[in-house]
Design a protein around this ligand. Structure first.
Ligand code: ASP
Length: 355
């Protein structure tokens, strides 16, 4: 090799080393800094101490005055208990994800609500359950649909989010996965309560053959949901349902569809919806609410009102939603006679209501 060639090689080697040093000194710390910036923008605000939990037990329900005082009391006290379950987690500094999952699990186990035990029955007299959960901090989500043997579908939804590369699992596949996760499995009959069976029989007498065209009436609702803001400033949402009574076998509603019945985003809000699911799906209600805040700068309450009292109402679609934003503001609009609902905040404020 000629001397001149060797000199050129040496120079280029030196160049390479110099370049590498330059990259590590100037560019890499920039990249790390950029990463830290992204993490900081979604993570802990040290001054943030407040927390909020909002829950619903479904929109619809009877006209005021038609429910007995004892029935009303029973619903309100179960809502209170669900708030206490989730509120205990938040006040101890726990995550919004844990709080919404626990509050929804509690309501799934309660036979009064249309989720888990006590779910409404489909055209074949079977409970087919849907659930979803979303983490506003990471943007991760999980859901299950059309399951008949998972005791707590919301927990299965969370496992889909945390333990798989997928967002949604349905039917037998979801059940097989839940089993491998060691979740509690039950016989499909576990979900059927005498009250739901009665209502199902009555509904069959009225419209035995036309489930798909059936306009869901008020007593067909009762989905449960929870949204929360934790002390770290993170939002989460969860929803669980048996869907609409008399629905076709295999029908999936809005609750497990991310962006329709369930959505959470730390930049905006966390939403859980209830009502005539097909309309919530076509209008992508939960995401649309968040988008109104993100792109139009609309306040939470105004955005919620627009979804439920304008968009859906104009379509004659019944329903409601609960939502909390990153500042801890809450809204609970509904265009039906009633929506079982409640909230709890740091500082001890707690309320439940039906009408
Ligand atoms: N949104 C649910 C569904 O359509 C029902 C409900 O909220 O009552 O499946």
């Amino acid at each position: 090799m000629k001397i001149s060639n060797r000199i050129i090689m040496k120079i280029s080697t030196l160049h390479l080393i110099f370049l590498a040093v330059l990259i590590s000194v100037l560019i890499l710390p920039g990249a790390i800094f950029a990463q830290q910036e992204t993490a900081a923008s979604i993570a802990v605000n040290p001054a943030q101490q407040k927390w909020v939990l909002v829950i619903h037990g479904g929109a619809g329900g009877p006209v005021k005055g038609t429910m007995s005082a004892a029935e009303e009391k029973a619903y309100l006290s179960k809502l209170d208990e669900a708030l206490k379950v989730g509120g205990a987690i938040l006040s101890a500094g726990g995550t919004s994800m844990d709080a919404v999952e626990s509050a929804v699990r509690f309501m799934e186990d309660c036979p009064l609500f249309n989720a888990g035990k006590g779910a409404v029955l489909n055209e074949n007299g079977k409970a087919e359950l849907d659930a979803a959960i979303m983490d506003g901090r990471t943007g991760m989500a999980g859901s299950v649909a059309g399951v008949t043997t998972i005791k707590n579908p919301v927990t299965a939804a969370r496992r889909v989010m945390e333990k798989t590369n997928h967002v949604m699992l349905v039917g037998g596949g979801a059940e097989k996965f839940a089993k491998t996760q060691g979740l509690e499995m039950v016989d499909p009959s576990y979900f059927i309560t005498p009250a739901r069976l009665d209502a199902w029989k009555k509904s069959r007498e009225v419209q035995p053959k036309t489930p798909v065209k059936t306009q869901p009436s008020m007593e067909k609702h009762g989905t449960v949901g929870a949204v929360a803001l934790d002390q770290q400033g993170n939002l989460a949402a969860a929803t669980s349902t048996g869907g609409l009574m008399g629905k076709m076998a295999g029908r999936v509603g809005d609750s497990p569809i991310i962006g329709s019945g369930t959505y959470a985003n730390n930049k905006t809000c966390a939403v859980s919806a209830t009502g005539h699911g097909e309309f919530f799906m076509r209008n992508v209600v939960a995401y649309d609410l968040s988008a109104l805040m993100e792109y139009r700068g609309m306040p939470l309450e105004e955005a919620g009102k627009m979804e439920i009292m304008e968009k859906l109402k104009n379509l004659k679609a019944d329903g409601g939603l609960i939502a909390v934003d990153r500042e801890g503001n809450i809204t609970m609009p509904f265009n039906t006679n009633a929506m079982f609902r409640g909230f709890m905040r740091s500082g001890g404020e707690q309320q439940t209501a039906i009408y």
